[in-house]
Design a protein around this ligand. Structure first.
Ligand SMILES: NC(=O)c1ccc[n+]([C@@H]2O[C@H](COP(=O)([O-])OP(=O)(O)OC[C@H]3O[C@@H](n4cnc5c(N)ncnc54)[C@H](O)[C@@H]3O)[C@@H](O)[C@H]2O)c1
Length: 275
């Protein structure tokens, strides 16, 4: 059901790989809510992913960009403004990749050059994105910028490894750039801290399925799905959230406020029925 929340708005969605991707759902939701968008992903993801099908369905152009490349970023924002017919109103950064996790290196034995690459892809790309937008004056007054993050930035989840520090850095960029963007341009910058979600990036974390069930039991409202995340992103891109900025916003069914839920103890005993 559409509420026309984003009628007349233009946006760019990073990170739709396949129909499990959170960005995929956000792109669909934004268009359903009246926005026109461009889609972007790394050139390699364009070859192996399914983004072309999404582009056709949403009538959205796809512009390849490695988010670590300033040149690609400039091209992406210039082309998007041309295609969409003006400055954008919203942008979603939905990018994460850890080289040490992918290669199964223990946290106590990471390769630090891989760690730097992980930070570049998963966090510094957010700064590069905003700096490029800033220099090109690519976003309208009252616009909204979002990145997706995870609570491992605040608390320890051992298997999340160096992605924890990536997310801490990402969230800090939202606050620091949010200050400058707020003062100079009236633009909001926030991060949404999402529940574990079954996607390519999510499932790359060791023990993901067991942890997914644990988080679902621990959260009074259960895990937030990718579709529900898309709903939240649409609200954050809309004019109904104009004074929310520099925040890390939990979208996790209440998980981040929980200490213990008896349902989890029952789960450990092998009794998975609700209490
Ligand atoms: N899945 C979860 O459990 C979960 C929970 C909280 C937050 N998040 C965050 O949500 C975001 C989206 O992840 P997802 O779960 O939808 O998985 P996903 O694998 O579908 O998306 C990750 C995307 O990052 C893109 N990417 C990787 N390297 C890139 C580069 N150099 N340049 C441009 N794009 C690049 C990939 O191509 C992919 O589209 C990530 O930031 C992730 O950390 C995921």
């Amino acid at each position: 059901m559409s509420h026309n929340l984003l009628s007349g708005k233009r946006g760019i969605i990073f990170g739709a790989l396949d129909d499990m991707s959170i960005a995929w759902k956000v792109a669909e939701k934004c268009v359903a809510e009246g926005a026109t968008i461009t889609l972007t992903n790394a050139p390699v993801a364009l070859r192996f992913g399914k983004i072309q099908a999404l582009g056709e369905k949403l009538n959205a152009e796809i512009i390849p960009a490695d988010a670590t490349s300033l040149e690609d970023m400039e091209n992406l924002f210039s082309k998007s403004m041309e295609i969409l017919g003006g400055k954008v109103d919203f942008v979603l950064h939905s990018i994460g990749m850890s080289l040490n996790v992918r290669k199964k290196r223990a946290y106590t034995d990471v390769k630090h050059d891989w760690m730097q690459k992980t930070f570049d892809i998963s966090a510094i790309s957010f700064h590069k994105m905003m700096q490029t937008m800033w220099k090109l004056d690519a976003i309208n007054e009252g616009g909204s910028i979002l990145a997706l993050t995870y609570m491992a930035a605040q608390r320890t989840f051992p298997d999340y490894s160096e992605m924890a520090e990536s997310k801490a850095l990402l969230e800090s960029f939202a606050r620091s750039f949010g200050y400058h963007y707020g003062i100079e341009k009236g633009v909001r910058v926030n991060t949404i801290s999402q529940s574990p979600t079954k996607t390519t990036a999510g499932s790359g974390v060791k023990g993901f399925d067991v942890f997914f069930d644990y988080a679902d039991k621990m959260s009074p409202l259960g895990n937030a799905s990718a579709d529900e995340c898309a709903d939240y992103c649409a609200v954050m891109f809309s004019d109904y959230t104009k004074k929310i900025t520099m925040q890390n916003l939990y979208h996790d069914g209440g998980f981040s406020s929980m200490g213990m839920n008896p349902a989890v103890l029952d789960m450990e005993k092998g009794d998975t029925e609700e209490v």
